[in-house]
Ligand binder design. Sequence first.
Ligand code: AHR
Length: 317
Amino acid sequence: MTPPVLRRALLLAGLALAYSAQASKPLVMGFSQVGAESEWRTANTASVKSAAQAAGIQLKFADAQQKQENQVKAIRSFIAQKVDVIAFSPVVESGFETVLREAKAAKIPVILTDRAVKVSDPSLYVTFIGSDFVEEGRKAARWVLDQAKDGRALNIAELQGTVGSAPAIDRKKGFEEVLKANTKLQIIRSQSGEFTRAKGKEVMEAFLKVKDGKKIDLLYAHNDDMAIGAIQAIEEAGLKPGKDILVVSIDGVRGAFEAMKAGKLNVTVECNPLLGPQLMQLAKDVVAGKAVPKRVTVEEGVYTADQAAAELPKRKY
Ligand code: AHR
């Protein structure tokens, strides 16, 4: 028979072992990404993956390939796997209520990253970290207003992002809100280019072929990738992007700075994709039961073509 003192010592040692195993167990995050549609998204994915590694967080990464149904499936699978926290960048704003209720019922906290969702109950997610897309649209329009200070009229073509996504809805809203100040600035064509270069080019080609006697003076693209695709279409139509057609877009990726340096893009409004480190810190705080702000925004700037050469070497994405 084991003497009581020895039994107690063994019990304590066992408890200490169990405690330290628990303490060193890495936090597990299920992350559902929109896809790989743009240069911005590639940088965002890289930021999330490297920040998780640096923070010692085990990341279960799922690519939704721009499809909401894939995202819902991924979230359900994270719930089934009992991850500690779920983070996702929603493909579109609506239609997540049911799966978010399932996560809440399973007591798994949800962090929204980059894009928001529309839900009737805000307690379905703990916090949302990402840019202010409405303000980005306003910034783009302020630059346009500035170009028309001399009283000239401008016909504007708009390449919208993914239909139903927060950045497409908000960037349109912010842009139109500021543009109203000058009735000589009119959006004459507007269609989705799905945030991709290929679709941006295709839609711009179609815009340029419309025979209604209206010349496009300026292109507003909801992201740099669509602008870069459209720039190709403009060139192939024998026009000079940045001159014959002014081009303003959003993101501030390296490709945009290269296009600005070449004089083909006039301005890009920054949208910072490097959300990984802040996301991991939020996840740790949420899982530890600490209070976190409901909305975390990001500092961003506006860059014009004359700044491109100096800024390009400093860009991180
Ligand atoms: O949600 C952020 C937007 O999504 C970026 O502007 C765009 O490039 C991406 O696809």
